[in-house]
Design a protein around this ligand. Structure first.
Ligand code: GLC
Ligand code: GLC
Length: 811
């Protein structure tokens, strides 16, 4: 069942039924000021940090779900409704929500009155504007009342939801003309306030929640709205809100546009006040003037569309499969940008107060957006590297506001450092900017301790070399990519986190996932060293990589697939000898990508075992059989009920590793088949089961052992976005960035006849058409570049203002 449709021309998903199986959201904002907005107008805003600078309130896990947002109410002679259906929930005659790239338009109609709310955070502004377009489609003149409503958060989102003994006494507002200012704590240590404004005179306002809503009412039936009259309340403590009250009259066929603005302002210390306890509003008033007409908002929407046109232009596919086009060209790239902006902080599953930026997550996210915003990718890489220690280890997370490592979480996740090689080499391949390697980068943010970025890569590589276990395989530390495989943790205290609890000393737990990761990016490191002419270092690294390959062949092969790990005591995990957890996806993915034992047929056998034991209708599960009891020596993985999360859930993040593994042995049909199983546009028809948005990936889909296999959770903020984009574009479509140009190496379903990719690479536009006349999956027979045949598979760099035409024939 569908709840809407894709409008690819406008790059929008159009929701036509407000009762989606879960709130389907969008993100507004590109720098500094951000909002989450659901299809019924729910959500919240924050400035830079969703924990410390929360502007409006949202209640997670609320009943009903997604209550609280930026709401409008219409009281049309006693008929009360909201354009987004919620919170009033009066059935509408018409409803659509268009989630676009950086904006959302929600339209409702009732009894011949239309109200459309366009929400956008204009590029580079610290405000969200809402254009409210009202229209009378009847032949009678209409008089009705419009109320707006946002609820302020008292800045620190965590405190806001817990510290009521204080909070209920601190709230302060100011009202001037059509603007409501929220100034809680501005008197003392804060230099910032927020405001909610409308560009016309108002007939009233409310700023005290209890007065507006009524103590025993809800957002769905505020007393002031029911009565059709604002109370002009001034909040003193309790819960401050901002509500405008407007009486509107529309002649037959007439329409009217209003512009609302939610803004955030910082004042220098000596310019905080206009007079005693009256805030200096100069900057706010300047901001309001920028969007004081509907035309200015329309211009901001057009600017946003141009902005996205430019970002997306770097990779555009023309394929006969429209679902593939819309994922590659629009939604997957958009989601990659959202993960760049938000990491894992704020979604409808991440509360914005929990997690900082992950070392491994941010490095992986980077491969999904480096082609869009290379300069920002460069800065991100250097920020991440600065949280490394001198021995190559690193903080597992860092805080975006301070860019410092998070000491509470600590480190010793032994996969972490290797991901820096992935992000850095992808960045250089995309941009050709080798200068990043010469940047002096501190350790633990201490400028007095700094080495070149290249040295950081070397330390990352050596961190694995220096932490090998008895089988000469990498020691796992707290965990590897799988945060929940906690082999040294032995926790029996429900009040401690598996990720941060003190680990037991003396264990020898080793990871085959890190082994595969090390060989894969060790080879990349060697390639880079050779490219830089560092022959000795390349030779040294080659020796370590060769030893690791040997160790995996000797101690990491179970007969039909790669083992997953050795536990604290040196016992096998992910072996046919185990009762549960006989086979795991991560080591199949990484050891296959690394090509370990390719000649011996290991990769093919591994992929066959995945197909046989892990594949399902809805994607590939993480492990099998699922754990059905708690294994104290395995940790959090065995705490999840079978079929969920890391315990045999379909973790969409790691499915692409298998897709790449399949391309390593030329099985394009299998690779694309796996791709389609988890890619949301292909799941749109079963939205009632999939539950989360059909335009973005989710982290996890319930696996075959779960109560409801196929049900998705945790949409938006997941490494799934980057990995799927990387895999479909570079390994399936086969357009790979490389140091000297674009490497063409597709691995596709045999029945694909042809497709074209427009790729802007280092400033030049390449139009690459791939033809597959002999129905193969892999193999490039010929490449013609602007009419001339070239040798090899790399399209060289060409400096040109004109489009470069590339004709590729497979065979
Ligand atoms: C989450 C974490 C990521 C981890 C994965 C598997 O997605 O953000 O760092 O690798 O879970 O546990
Ligand atoms: C839990 C989740 C895992 C996530 C981790 C973050 O263990 O299962 O996916 O990475 O928390 O701390």
């Amino acid at each position: 069942m569908k709840f809407g449709f894709f409008d690819d021309t406008n790059r929008e998903y159009v929701i036509t039924n407000p009762k989606t199986p879960y709130p389907w959201i969008n993100y507004l904002g590109n720098h500094d000021f951000f909002s989450l907005i659901s299809n019924t107008g729910g959500g919240y805003s924050f400035y830079k940090d969703a924990k410390f600078r929360r502007l409006t309130r949202f209640r997670y896990n609320n009943v009903p779900v997604d209550d609280g947002g930026k709401y409008f109410y219409i009281n049309d002679n006693g008929t009360i409704w909201s354009p987004g259906w919620k919170p009033v929930k009066t059935p509408l005659d018409e409803y659509t929500c268009r989630h676009g790239l950086g904006y959302t338009k929600i339209k409702g109609a009732k009894n011949g009155l239309e109200a459309e709310v366009t929400s956008i955070i204009p590029l580079h502004e610290w405000c969200e504007v809402q254009k409210v377009s009202l229209k009378n489609t009847t032949s009678q003149s209409r008089k009705f009342k419009l109320f707006s409503m946002v609820e302020w958060a008292l800045w620190n989102a965590q405190d806001d939801m817990t510290n009521f003994q204080r909070n209920f006494s601190t709230g302060e507002v100011e009202i001037q003309d059509s603007t409501i200012y929220h100034k809680t704590e501005y008197k003392e240590r804060r230099n910032h306030f927020a405001f909610y404004h409308v560009n016309v005179p108002v007939q009233g306002f409310d700023t005290d929640r209890e007065t507006f809503v009524g103590l025993y009412n809800s957002f769905g039936d505020p007393e002031a709205v029911l009565e059709g009259k604002a109370r002009n309340s001034v909040a003193h403590g309790w819960s401050p809100i901002a509500s405008h009250f407007l009486e509107i009259e529309l002649a037959p066929g007439a329409s009217k546009d209003l512009v609302f603005m939610l803004g955030y302002v910082e004042n220098p210390q000596d310019e905080k006040w206009e007079s005693k306890n009256v805030i200096n509003k100069t900057r706010a008033i300047q901001m309001m003037a920028k969007y004081d007409t509907a035309a200015k908002v329309d211009a901001a929407v057009i600017e946003m569309k141009h902005y996205w046109n430019n970002l997306l232009a770097a990779f555009q596919l023309d394929h006969e499969d429209e679902k593939l086009n819309r994922m590659v060209n629009i939604w997957n790239q958009y989601q990659c940008m959202v993960t760049f902006n938000f990491s894992r902080s704020a979604s409808y599953f991440e509360s914005g107060i929990g997690r900082g930026m992950g070392f491994r997550d941010s490095n992986q996210d980077l491969i999904g957006f480096v082609h869009q915003v290379p300069e920002r990718a460069r800065e991100r890489i250097l920020d991440i590297a600065a949280t490394q220690f001198e021995d190559g280890s690193c903080y597992h997370q860092y805080q975006p506001l301070t860019k410092r490592g998070n000491a509470e979480i600590g480190g010793n996740f032994n996969d972490d450092p290797m991901w820096l090689i992935l992000s850095t080499t992808q960045y250089i391949k995309e941009t050709g900017d080798f200068s990043i390697l010469d940047e002096m980068v501190p350790f633990d943010n201490d400028e007095s301790k700094a080495k070149t970025h290249f040295e950081h890569l070397k330390l990352s590589f050596d961190h694995v070399v220096n932490h090998l276990g008895p089988h000469k395989l990498p020691l796992i530390g707290r965990a590897d990519w799988n945060d929940c495989l906690n082999l040294n943790c032995f926790s029996n205290n429900p009040n401690e986190s598996f990720q941060t609890t003190e680990n037991q000393e003396g264990g020898v737990a080793e990871s085959l996932m890190i082994a595969g990761l090390f060989v894969t990016y060790g080879k990349e490191y060697i390639k880079l060293c050779k490219y830089l002419g560092k022959k000795d270092e390349a030779a040294r690294a080659e020796k370590h990589v060769a030893e690791m390959i040997e160790a995996v062949k000797q101690h990491g092969w179970d007969g039909e697939w790669y083992l997953r790990a050795y536990d604290f005591y040196g016992k096998k995990i992910g072996s046919h000898e185990n009762e549960e957890g006989k086979i795991f996806i991560e080591s199949q993915g990484w050891c296959s990508m690394a090509g370990i034992g390719m000649e011996e047929g290991y990769v093919e056998k591994s992929m066959n075992s995945v197909k046989e034991r892990l594949d399902t209708k809805y994607g590939i599960v993480l492990n099998n059989p699922a754990f059905t009891r708690y294994y104290i020596e395995y940790g959090e993985i065995s705490t999840y009920p079978p079929g969920y999360k890391e315990n045999a859930g379909i973790f969409c993040h790691n499915n692409p590793w298998i897709m790449i593994g399949e391309t390593m042995i030329g099985r394009g049909d299998a690779a694309f088949d796996y791709y389609k199983k988890i890619t949301p546009a292909y799941l749109e028809d079963r939205s009632e089961l999939h539950k989360v948005e059909p335009y973005v990936y989710c982290q996890m889909i319930a696996g075959k052992d779960a109560f409801k296999p196929g049900e998705g959770k945790n949409s938006w903020l997941s490494g799934t976005a980057a990995w799927n984009f990387y895999t479909i574009t570079q390994y399936i479509l086969g357009i790979q960035s490389d140091y000297d140009g674009i490497l063409i190496d597709p691995c596709i379903p045999k029945d694909w006849k042809s497709y074209t990719v427009n790729r802007i690479f280092r400033g030049t536009k390449y139009v690459i058409t791939i033809q597959n006349p002999s129905s193969v999956s892999k193999g490039v027979k010929e490449i013609i570049l602007d009419g001339k045949k070239i040798e090899g598979k790399v399209i060289p760099l060409i400096k040109s203002d004109k489009k470069v035409n590339v004709q590729v024939t497979m065979g």
